[in-house]
Design a protein around this ligand. Structure first.
Ligand SMILES: NC(=O)C1=CN([C@@H]2O[C@H](COP(=O)(O)OP(=O)(O)OC[C@H]3O[C@@H](n4cnc5c(N)ncnc54)[C@H](OP(=O)(O)O)[C@@H]3O)[C@@H](O)[C@H]2O)C=CC1
Ligand SMILES: Nc1c(N[C@@H]2O[C@H](COP(=O)(O)O)[C@@H](O)[C@H]2O)[nH]c(=O)[nH]c1=O
Length: 613
């Protein structure tokens, strides 16, 4: 007897095809019930790979959040993969609706009795349990998880909540151990490689990319390099930039190429450009100094060409001095700034220093079918001090792809850290791990929304309803949206009003911040004249609204009584505390002020009740 036809209706694919580097999706053949264990493992593995593919669609957009994907599939043992999938979703960006909710909404009633596949355990930094509750309410009976959440204070929490609701949760490597899961597990690791490297090594995930000729040169002997690779390969580089928080080059590449390093031609995330230059002997005029296009940081040696540093600062370029400029210190600086992934587009001198410092994790080598020759022509990696071929670094998980006439070879220098061995036991929930300073135990730092006290960040996804100047109540997706837009509110100019709307409609707080800062640089004349004197009031109003709207946040704020709150932003010296406590920490101060205000109200309330009694 042939297997019965599949009952579930096939939904139209709601998303474009996955990006090319994602694992290849396979169609599964119909399988009879007799081979059930292997077959069900094969199905589970295929759907999990698919969840990783779906999660990958937001790469470059979610930063600094991980990439989450959710695929909901009917449990019928027969039929093709496509027909069984009833819902899919991914987290577009921090603060937008979560993958699980989107998938459950798409599945509707068809989610009842179905299985949800998650590349990564959901993790909510701010006490919101939408991911878990949407799965529970959808009627799903089983969840398959590729990876537990890598952050200690989130790991295991969602899994336990789901289990306590009676949902069967199977975790790859713990409950599902067959060989069939190897590839799916790797896909789940790869889609969040930046987060895992960052969590394991406390540096951003670093990718070295270069374009070389078939004879291994990245430029002619003269240094001329445009172009080694073809147009399609260069288009791929824009994509890679769009997935990175920062792009790094050395001083020589700036002097030689005058690059722009933007992710033009692809929509979305615009990386920060970082120039590493010991001498600070850089051109007066350069594309990178045009900060309207993208933000630029020059990392240099302490004391190098201070006059020139000032000139750069006048153009809006941020200059950061290091005692000893080297790739490791620059990477830990990038880590502190919250970057998840960094693309190195330097020449061989700096790439050799970065590889030697062990901060490069992955390599993308574009190879063009050209020969340029030249004994002194630059090569992708300078001297690493190796003299035996046996010392060569072997790339891991290598893949090859033809891009028009070029070949792209990519592979990992260091294996993707699998953080599962550090999990204490399947059901143990680790205790909270507040970001408390080891030196002064009464300091609580917060910065990224996934931190234990991440809800204190202005990027935390808590919408606020707040009256405007006419008294009409308006909704803002986050405090950041509100704050950025208020730079332009009240300015009698149609362009300023458009900017307010543009910021209000930004799909994530990162986008709101990016638009607000860029427009401020582009159109300083549209900033409200009282902004400098009003910005603290604007912020306080928004914070007060946020913390009084959400009872859990009030509770969290009050739980910090007696501690100093510091926004651990290393670069924002006004709102943040700076790298070494040099910042003014206005955000932390306002939160403490608000805490005192609420505590005062609570006390007055208690006293009043006491008097009544
Ligand atoms: N085809 C391709 O993919 C690419 C080709 N190129 C080509 O490569 C050539 C430039 O290569 P290369 O000279 O190697 O340039 P790099 O991009 O590697 O820059 C080297 C410079 O980096 C700065 N630097 C800062 N810190 C360090 C450190 N710790 N160690 C080493 N350098 C540091 C120094 O700048 P400073 O001197 O200012 O102190 C140094 O001179 C150009 O011809 C360019 O066109 C470049 C990138 C990609
Ligand atoms: N020459 C070369 C590359 N060079 C890299 O790209 C930079 C120029 O970027 P942009 O100014 O944004 O177009 C340049 O400084 C160097 O870092 N990249 C490639 O993919 N292929 C190429 O052939």
């Amino acid at each position: 007897m042939p297997p019965p036809p599949v009952a579930a209706p096939a939904p139209a694919a709601p998303y474009p095809l996955p990006l090319r580097l994602a694992p290849v999706r396979r169609r599964l053949p119909a399988v009879p019930r007799a081979v059930s264990v292997a077959a069900s493992h094969a199905h589970d593995a295929a759907f999990l790979r698919r969840a990783a593919d779906v999660a990958d669609r937001s790469a470059g957009l979610t930063c600094p959040h991980p990439n989450f994907g959710c695929v909901i599939a009917r449990p019928e043992p027969y039929g093709p993969e496509e027909a069984r999938v009833v819902g899919e979703g991914f987290l577009y960006a921090q603060g937008t609706r979560c993958a699980e909710l989107l998938a459950a909404e798409e599945a509707g009633e068809r989610a009842r009795g179905a299985t949800a596949y998650l590349n990564l355990e959901p993790g909510d930094c701010y006490g919101d349990s939408t991911a878990v509750s949407s799965l529970v309410q959808s009627g799903i009976t089983r969840v398959v998880v590729g990876l537990r959440h890598p952050l200690k204070h989130l790991r295991g929490k969602a899994i336990q909540s789901l289990r306590s609701e009676g949902i069967q949760v199977d975790i790859v490597g713990e409950d599902l151990q067959s060989k069939l899961f190897k590839e799916a597990f790797t896909s789940c690791l790869i889609v969040n490689a930046p987060l895992l490297y960052r969590a394991a090594f406390r540096v951003p995930f670093s990718v070295l990319k270069y374009a070389m000729t078939a004879d291994g040169k990245i430029a002619a002997s003269s240094g001329h390099a445009s172009w080694v690779s073809g147009r399609a390969s260069r288009g791929r580089v824009f994509e890679l930039r769009g997935r990175s928080d920062a792009v790094i080059v050395g001083g020589n590449t700036v002097r030689r190429d005058d690059p722009r390093l933007t992710a033009r031609h692809v929509k979305g995330h615009v990386p920060v450009r970082i120039v590493m230059s010991q001498t600070c002997n850089l051109p007066e005029e350069a594309n990178l100094w045009n900060v309207h296009e993208a933000y630029t940081i020059v990392a240099t040696q302490r004391g190098a060409r201070r006059d020139f540093q000032k000139k750069l600062a006048m153009k809006g370029v941020e200059v950061v001095e290091f005692d000893m400029l080297n790739p490791r210190d620059v990477m830990s600086y990038c880590y502190d700034r919250g970057y998840l992934s960094v693309l190195w587009e330097c020449g061989g001198t700096l790439s050799a220093a970065a590889i030697s410092a062990r901060v490069i994790h992955k390599v993308y080598a574009f190879c063009a079918p050209k020969i340029i020759g030249g004994v002194t022509a630059p090569t992708p990696v300078g001297d690493l001090g190796m003299n035996q071929m046996t010392q060569a670094i072997d790339l891991i998980d290598v893949s090859y792809e033809q891009i028009d006439r070029d070949m792209l070879m990519s592979g990992f220098i260091q294996p993707i850290p699998d953080l599962s061995p550090v999990i204490p036991s399947a059901d143990e929930i680790p205790s909270d791990d507040p970001e408390v300073s080891p030196y002064e135990t009464n300091i609580i730092s917060f910065y990224k929304t996934w931190d234990t006290f991440g809800a204190f960040s202005n990027f935390s996804p808590h919408p606020i309803d707040i009256p405007d100047e006419k008294g009409d109540c308006l909704s803002w997706p986050t405090v950041e949206h509100y704050y950025q837009a208020h730079k332009f509110v009240g300015v009698d100019n149609p362009q300023a009003r458009d900017i307010v709307q543009e910021i209000k409609q930004a799909r994530s707080p990162e986008e709101a911040a990016r638009i607000g800062r860029t427009r401020q640089r582009e159109f300083p004349e549209l900033i409200r004249p009282d902004w400098e004197s009003m910005k603290i009031d604007v912020m306080y109003r928004a914070l007060k609204c946020k913390f009084s709207t959400y009872a859990r946040l009030t509770e969290m704020l009050l739980s910090t009584a007696g501690s100093v709150l510091v926004e651990a932003s290393p670069h924002d010296l006004f709102w943040g505390g700076g790298r070494e406590g040099e910042g003014l920490n206005y955000l932390g101060r306002l939160l403490m002020q608000l805490r005192s205000e609420i505590l005062g109200t609570v006390r007055i309330g208690v006293e009043a009740r006491g008097q009544e009694a």
